[in-house]
Each structure stands twice: as C-alpha cells, then as structure tokens.
Design a protein around this ligand. Sequence first.
Ligand SMILES: [Zn+2]
Length: 388
Amino acid sequence: MDSIQAELDKLTGKSNLSKVATDIDACIKQLEAARNSIMQDPSQHLATMECLTRTIPTQLEKINTDHREIYTGMNRFDKALNKKFKLSASITKTDYDVFRQIDTKLIDKAIGMHLIREGEFEVAETFEKETGVSILDINSDLKEGFVEMYKIVSAMRLLRDIGPAIQWAEAHATELEQRGSTLLFQLHKLQFIWLFANGTKGGPGKLEALQYARTHLSPFMQHLKEISQLMCGYAFGENMPREFFGAPFEDPEKQWDDVAYVFMGEFCSLRGLSADSPLYIAATAGAIALPTLLKMKSIMKDKKTEWSSSHEVPVEVPLPPTYRFHPIFVCPVSKEQTDEKNPPMLLTCGHVIAMESLHKLPKNEHGLLKCPYCPKSCLIHHAKRVYF
Ligand SMILES: [Zn+2]
C-alpha cells in the first residue's frame, strides 16, 4: 500500500488542476478581449490577430505542460494500483452491465447528491448545469440544510469553535432526546476538555474548565459516570490511573473529529438521512462484497450453476454494523424473512417466530400450543406482534 500512497501523494502534491483551470481561464479571457476589441473597431483586426498569434501559442504550451504533469501522475498512480490489485478478468469482462440497465440520470443524481452531502456546493452546481440533471427537485431545502451543517462543522474543525454546534443542539434538544442522543452532553464535554488543555487565553485553562463544568455539565446527571471520570482526570492530571478512569483527556484533536462526526450523524438523522452519503455507502459496501461475490462467481462457474434469485445476493455478505439500516428478522422455524404480511410474533415465553409458523404449530382446542424452542406453552391469542 505504501507505493500507492507515495504515488497518490506525488499526484496530489505536484499535479495542480487549479493551475490548469487558471491558465485556461486566462487564455479564454484574452480571446474574449480580442473579440471585443475587434467588434468595437474592426479596422484594427489585423493588429489584434497578430498580437494573438504571438501570445496564444505560448499560453497553449503552458496549458499542455500543466496537463502533462497531471497525466504523468495519473498514469503512474494507475500503474501502482494495477500492480497492487491485479484486476481479475471477471471484473473487466462482465456479461451483465448494471449501468446499462438503469437510467444514467439516476446515477448523475446520486453523484450530485453526494457532492452536496460532502459540502462541495460549487462543484454540485456546475455538475447540475453540465449534466442537466436537477439534483434537488425532490427536496429543495436539503441544500440549505447541508450548508448550515457544514458551516457548523467547519467552525468546529477549523476554528475549534463549538458554539454554533451547541446552539443547534439546544434548539433541537427535544428531538435529540427522543432519539436517545447524547450529542449535547458530548459537545459540552468536548468544550470542557478543550478548555482544560488550551483555555481561551493561550495555555491550559484549568479554572475556566472548572467554571464551565459547573455551569454546563451539572445538568447532565444521567451521565454522572462520565462526569466523574472527567473530574477525576481533572484532579489527578497525568497521574490518573487509566485502568479506572479511562483516558478522557487523550488526543483532544481526534475528539474534535469524533464529535464533529457524531454531530453530522445526528444532523442527518433528524432529516431522515444517513450520516454518510448513500453513494459512498453503496460504493464501500460494494467494495466489501466484491471479493466474496467474485469467489462465488468462480465457484458457480466450476459447478456450472447459475445465479438464480434476482435482487438478492447468493451469499451472505457481512457488513459493518453502521451499514445495517433495516433490521430484519428471520423466523427460526421457517427460515424465512418476516415482513408486513408475515410479521414476527412474540410468545409468552419470550421466543419469537413468524406468524405463519405460529399458525402452523399444532395446538389443542383452546388454542394452546407448545413453543418449538422451550418446554413452555402459550395460548395463540397471547402471542404479540413485535416491532423492530
Ligand atoms: Zn419458548
């Protein structure tokens, strides 16, 4: 991986795309100025054109040189990638090209949304203009929401200013509380840690931190354990025994990043969105699944079997917990996934099976049936539907 990282560093360090853009813009400006001057005074066109023939070739040469640097860097990076990850023939030659089957506008839309989600508003605007795809036709206040979110996150990341984030969390305290979120506490905790280490007047601000804790941490009695750890850390300083109190003051810079990420997660959740961009999640989940699917494909080829079920992967692909969005329940009796028509039912013993399996169990004339997993019996009308 080191060689790939080295090539990437070279590419991002040396090759400067903005230089190309600036040079091209300068060239366009010069041509436009020449056009305007000819329009104003056509008699001078020869002189203007001559001037252009002197300057434009140099400009173009400059642009070419800029481009060359980028292409060389990209080629080298590409080679490093190919050397490390030998592309399997089955990736490059696929019989089923999913991108041909779906509307490319949907992909453009996903890319546009991704740019907005990443805070690249200008790029998203240009992308929208050039592709002609309207990204925000479903939810027009979405962009304003993300502009607000990135303003708050930038204040945290660049200025170490937690104020706007706290203001937002206080304004949405009820909704956050309903979600069981601890965001507001985490923000105040971070501010306490930051004041302890850096203060506001340059140098550690132990007294400031204590004052802050008295005012802002004391209402969070439900987090008493964490507050106790913080206070022990405050009292013991570097001598604090970690095995008892953890390391609440360690790496405050990283804590800013962590809390900013939690903030983005909560901000998106209140809008019914996932913390990460859906395109990013889909691509990452795909990358995780790819090795398993390729292996599966080669096994199927050897056994001369076909991938029969559509919209379903033939093998389970374990994804990290943060990538699981819809809790599913598979009935332990029928091995079928439960749904609205066949929901999970809780027996009085605590075991859960699907409704169809429940009705198939043998029962006596009173509706008494025996749980398939424990010796207890349960009346069928006592079984309750479970909501995940
Ligand atoms: Zn049971």
